[in-house]
Design a protein around this ligand. Structure first.
Ligand code: TEU
Ligand code: CA
Length: 564
């Protein structure tokens, strides 16, 4: 029951994880060959980004057949073998479920072009407005209009993402029945659950035009509406037949909306990926980056820790830049890599670790558009050009935000091809693979990899780290400190998000320090992370301080007196 509260889940982007046949594309046999590595790391489940048949306009997030494996990745037999081999190692498999849209290559869509077919209403088809006008004024997620004209049907179809990702019409009940069958198909194969792509936008209440906004005009017609809750409740009935788990990717959710989507009593999702902490280094949209101020991240994390009884914890995925490049310091690569790992693995919730994060992979060192594959980056570059932004500025924006930053091949070794492939990789390999790679870090006891492995073992073996309450101690300009509390047990985590030293009042017995300290007097070096064991003071009630306001709480070093 609720195994997902105790597991660390590892996200694999199959295309970039491990190639087994030299075609430069990661595949299922490649993943199978690395299961021992993941088991030794302490992973409890794998979330696989899409491996279904797809023309790859958006690397698998445009599915053309939900019941087939993309031949580039292998066969259905390989997939069954992966589920079995992972299971043998105590690792569950979670599939990516992309049901807001399908590829326009999907059989349903191709049939749908014919108004008389039984699939005619599987998508949102509309006539244009007036002469050449689109059906409404909505804008999509990838910086374009979201209507495309189909010459065969002589109508437009809605696509909130790329042109070849057509939105499914849930006003037609047949669509939901199809989705239920797809769930059953995979659950019968033994998958443990699903990560549900953009799941809070399924239901569109109307297709009316709305007031122009800087982005996502029209989103009030589809963000987290009651129709979506109803769909999720229906899917839950199927999932419950198999005891399956779901985590929803939910764009633009507030904590309140998140509770409605994954609260224990709601019978919808088990947890959600919220985006607010991923937005703390931007103005309004991800294209307008602002200087990273750690306090903004801390405040946001604390808010979500308090507002939800349980949720996901993540700092990276296949859509986000690498966390060291973003929240850490490349100058203090190792220290800040370990510090971010400490944050990920000691907060309350289910940590999601993205491939390569455990060896401190950094943003890609691209220099030109030609090296990019990401459909979003390409579209946005076009839009920026339309606004006459000079190349230098365009490039600055793209380089910082491109999703390809996290999609470069996993750096297994310092060899050509980085141990990822013997052939030509589908996306460039970071030049730093000679120094940042798994083989090197296996040898080095002091590596980021060993730190992750050690902290995952610590968490897996510690009930207070897995299940304890989260109590914020300090969220200042550079220091973030919090406790995990369970009964009499107290663990404090103190993190210095800066190249500069710091001093704090928290004390305790050192359990882990990324500077190898064995005692702690409050002085923190650059990017230092310490985990302390504290003793409960009689005055503090376990779980009580959760409602406390957060800030520098100077006289809060409760373990102080007892520990000396
Ligand atoms: O992403 C949805 C999403 O809204 C963003 O993360 C998006 O990728 C972009 O960064 C917005 O600026 C999910 C998937 O994770 C993503 O890979 C897919 O491209 C997208 O849905 C469409 O299926
Ligand atoms: Ca391959």
């Amino acid at each position: 029951m609720e195994w997902w509260r105790d597991a660390v889940i590892y996200q694999i982007y199959p295309r970039s994880f491990q190639d087994s046949n030299g075609d430069g594309i990661g595949d299922l046999p490649g993943i199978i060959s690395r299961l021992d590595y993941l088991q030794a790391l302490g992973v409890g489940a794998i979330w696989l980004s899409p491996v279904y048949k797809s023309p790859n306009a958006d690397n698998g997030y445009d599915i053309s057949d939900y019941r087939e494996i993309n031949p580039e990745y292998g066969t259905m037999e390989d997939m069954e073998r992966l589920i079995e081999e992972a299971g043998r190692r105590g690792i569950r498999i979670i599939m990516d479920l992309v049901i807001n849209h399908t590829s326009t290559d999907h059989y349903w869509f191709r049939q749908s072009r014919d108004r008389t077919s039984e699939y005619a209403d599987y998508y949102y088809w509309r006539h244009g407005e007036g002469d050449g006008g689109l059906p409404n004024n909505w804008t999509g997620f990838f910086g374009e209009d979201c209507w495309e004209f189909d010459p065969e049907r002589c109508e437009y179809y809605l696509h909130l993402f790329a042109k070849s990702q057509a939105d499914l019409n849930y006003h037609n009940p047949a669509v939901l029945e199809e989705v239920k069958d797809i769930l059953r198909f995979w659950l019968r194969k033994g998958v443990a659950g699903f990560r549900c792509d953009v799941i809070n936008i399924l239901w569109k209440d109307s297709l009316a035009s709305s007031r122009r906004k800087l982005a996502l005009t029209g989103s009030e017609h589809y963000l987290s509406l009651e129709g979506t809750h109803e769909i999720l409740r229906q899917l839950r009935e199927v999932l419950d037949e198999y005891g399956a788990f779901t985590v929803g990717e939910t764009v633009f959710v507030t904590p309140e909306q998140a509770r409605d989507l994954c609260g224990r009593d709601r019978g919808e999702l088990n947890m959600v990926f919220s985006f607010e902490h991923m937005e703390c280094d931007q103005y309004f949209l991800k294209w307008f980056k602002r200087r990273f101020q750690p306090k903004r991240l801390f405040d946001c994390l604390v808010k979500w820790q308090k507002e939800l009884e349980w949720n996901t914890i993540y700092l990276e995925n296949h859509d986000q830049p690498r966390s060291i490049s973003r929240f850490g310091s490349e100058a203090y690569w190792k220290e800040s890599g370990k510090l971010l790992g400490t944050l990920l693995l000691t907060m309350r919730g289910t940590p999601f670790l993205y491939q390569g994060e455990e060896i401190g992979m950094l943003n890609f060192d691209f220099t030109r558009m030609r090296q990019l594959n990401d459909v979003e980056s390409k579209n946005v570059e076009k839009v920026l050009r339309r606004f006459h932004l000079p190349w230098k500025l365009r490039w600055k924006i793209i380089a910082k935000t491109s999703r390809d930053n996290a999609r470069t091949p996993f750096q297994w070794s310092g060899a050509t091809g980085a141990g990822f492939t013997d052939g030509r990789p589908w996306l460039g390999i970071n030049h730093n693979s000679e120094t940042i790679n798994l083989a090197q870090q296996e040898e080095d006891r002091d590596s980021i990899l060993h730190w992750y492995r050690d902290l995952m073992a610590l968490r897996n073996g510690s009930e207070v780290l897995r299940r304890g309450e989260f109590v914020p101690l300090e969220a200042g300009k550079q220091v973030f400190a919090y406790q995990r509390v369970l009964g009499e047990e107290r663990i404090a985590v103190v993190l210095n998000f800066s190249d500069k030293p710091a001093h704090v009042s928290h004390r305790g017995e050192v359990i882990r320090s990324n500077y190898g300290r064995d005692s702690f007097d409050g002085a923190l070096s650059a990017w230092e992370a310490v985990i302390l064991k504290q003793t409960a003071s009689p005055s503090s009630t376990p779980g009580g301080p959760r409602s406390e306001t957060v800030g520098a709480i100077d006289d809060h070093a409760e373990g102080d007196a007892e520990d000396r």
